[in-house]
Design a protein around this ligand. Structure first.
Ligand SMILES: *[C@@H]1O[C@H](CO)[C@@H](O)[C@H](O)[C@H]1NC(C)=O
Ligand SMILES: *[C@@H]1O[C@H](CO)[C@@H](O)[C@H](O)[C@H]1NC(C)=O
Ligand SMILES: *[C@@H]1O[C@H](CO)[C@@H](O)[C@H](O)[C@H]1NC(C)=O
Ligand SMILES: *[C@@H]1O[C@H](CO)[C@@H](O)[C@H](O)[C@H]1NC(C)=O
Length: 495
């Protein structure tokens, strides 16, 4: 191990995470894993994005790892944003998101300067949205590896749908079509597809085409996943995209093995909340439901009210990670609700960011209601929880398919239609009875749920093995490092 690490010591790899929490967090974990295996790592990001994860990098550095952040300046003034608004999260409006994306594209010259500067770089591991890194890597004569923040399953499914256009061969939006050529036989309907698949001429669709092209021109792709979770899709990806593909997860479990890492992940301002854990520790095993819709979601009040009612009438205790809505409807409702469930000791509300890793691993948590964002799916799997799936946007409907039909560890809430990020129609508000029913289905000891729990537990064990020496993700990481070293050797000395 040691001699191996010593040899790899002078391999220099650059990580370029996208400016949103959901992309950045797993990618920083991944960067830290490379550093833990002896690679010299530089993460390039903007000032306020760096603040989100810098403490963990400093801790690694102080323990002797060769890892640092290189900060570039976000062009706030040029795109018309207040200083410090540089990342997409739940507070970001569509207008702000456009501006952040514009600013993100404008980072290119600054980053190029750094990459073409005096340092010698051996590989760029790039978020899929940094499409221009394909050309930079080509100029530098080094491999570019693309990071996709979703599942391998979703990339394979999207590609199959695009290539076979099966979704255009059915009459109505509700008619099911078969997804051709995948390891599992699955069906979807048009309502469940992201806009960029359904109508590739939407503005974002053009970006996705470029992402598609640059993904194929990459040396390979890395995912926060593991072989036991979607190994069949990892193999499928290699043929379908014609590049290498490595699962390197679960990255959260692997990189964050001490409590400060877990507590601060995603927001260095969260102190381990002692009243929360006191409350959680007072609860029986598997008795608390964790409800969270990820770092990007902001529901309207009308939806919050339905969720609140469902939780209040259900027989289980709960933790709900919630964000204040922007509308005035239902003003005061949430405050009263919080007061009531606090007094009855039934529920705990977390406003804003939650120390999710620490919460999920508590024995009291028995199930999760999730939007099926990939980070949460993997983190929930780490501890083997059955899920209620409530997909909203991005690749989340694909992930619901994977969870409910392929892995068979979740109950679908039956959300009908894919929506743009934080776009909600009154007619789409999910009613309290439907929510209560799904919660009831997953928080019982019915035979079906016990089986789900066993399967989820099995996957959790697989994930834990994957990151140990000899495990699939561990072997993949070593393999990438070996390949990069050998490519470096070829560049310097020829074959
Ligand atoms: C979002 O805005 C709220 C209210 O202004 C603030 O308390 C919170 O910290 C913000 N969250 C993020 C992630 O910026
Ligand atoms: C991605 O590329 C493949 C192969 O070139 C093509 O079949 C597919 O339609 C492309 N998808 C998009 C969104 O451009
Ligand atoms: C993607 O690649 C294909 C084939 O090389 C090319 O025809 C197409 O113009 C490219 N699309 C974009 C948006 O770059
Ligand atoms: C759990 O994994 C073991 C070994 O891989 C397998 O034999 C068993 O059928 C699995 N159980 C469930 C419920 O999936």
């Amino acid at each position: 191990m040691l001699s191996h690490e010593a040899e790899a010591y002078n391999l220099k790899v650059i990580f370029l995470p996208f400016l949103s929490t959901s992309h950045m967090i797993p990618m920083v974990d991944m960067a830290r894993l490379f550093a833990m295996h002896g690679v010299d790592i530089t993460i390039i990001t903007t000032t306020s994005n760096a603040e989100i994860f810098q403490k963990s990098i400093d801790r690694d550095f102080n323990q002797g790892l060769s890892i640092k952040t290189h900060v570039v300046e976000f062009p706030a003034k040029e795109v018309g944003l207040p200083v410090g608004i540089e990342a997409m999260n739940a507070n970001t409006s569509i207008d702000m998101a456009d501006k952040i994306f514009k600013g993100f594209i404008m980072l290119q010259p600054q980053i190029e300067n750094y990459l073409f500067g005096e340092i010698e770089v051996d590989c760029i591991i790039s978020d899929m949205f940094y499409v221009w890194t394909v050309d930079v890597a080509a100029k530098l004569g080094i491999p570019r590896i693309v990071f996709c923040p979703a599942s391998i399953f979703s990339r394979c499914t999207e590609l199959s749908i695009e290539q076979h256009s099966s979704h255009t061969k059915v009459e109505s939006d509700c008619d099911k079509f078969t997804i051709v050529g995948l390891p599992d036989k699955l069906e979807m309907n048009r309502l469940q597809l992201p806009n960029w698949v359904k109508k590739p001429d939407v503005p974002f669709g053009e970006m996705i085409k470029v992402v598609n092209n640059t993904t194929r021109k990459s040396y390979g792709a890395v995912f926060n996943s593991f072989y036991g979770l979607e190994g069949a899709y990892e193999e499928h990806y290699k043929n379908a995209f014609g590049t290498k593909c490595w699962s390197l997860g679960p990255v959260s479990l692997w990189a964050n093995q001490d409590v400060s890492d877990k507590a601060e992940r995603g927001d260095t301002n969260v102190e381990g909340d002692s009243s929360l854990f006191k409350w959680l520790n007072s609860k029986k095993e598997n008795s608390v439901l964790y409800v969270s819709f990820g770092s990007m979601n902001k529901f309207p009040s009308s939806q919050l009210i339905e969720i609140a009612h469902a939780l209040e009438v259900s027989s289980v205790d709960f933790i709900w990670v919630v964000r204040k809505s922007n509308d005035k409807e239902g003003e005061g409702f949430m405050e009263e609700f919080e007061k009531r469930v606090k007094e009855s000791n039934k529920g705990y509300l977390i406003w804003g960011w939650a120390p999710q890793l620490l919460i999920l691993e508590n024995k009291a948590i028995g199930g999760i209601v999730t939007h099926c964002g990939w980070n949460t799916v993997v983190e929930s799997l780490n501890v083997g929880l059955p899920m209620v799936t409530w997909p909203l946007f991005a690749e989340q409907f694909f992930h619901e398919k994977l969870v409910v039909e392929v892995l068979k560890i979740g109950v679908s809430l039956g959300i009908r239609e894919w929506k743009n990020w934080n776009e909600f129609d009154t007619k789409d508000i999910v009613k309290r009875d439907d929510i209560a029913k799904a919660i009831g289905l997953v928080m019982t000891n019915r035979k079906e749920v016990e089986e789900m729990r066993l399967r989820a537990k099995n996957l959790s064990d697989d994930g834990k093995k994957a990151i140990l020496v000899g495990g699939s993700s561990h072997a993949n990481l070593i393999q990438i490092i070996e390949e990069l070293k050998s490519l470096k050797h070829q560049r310097h000395y020829g074959n």
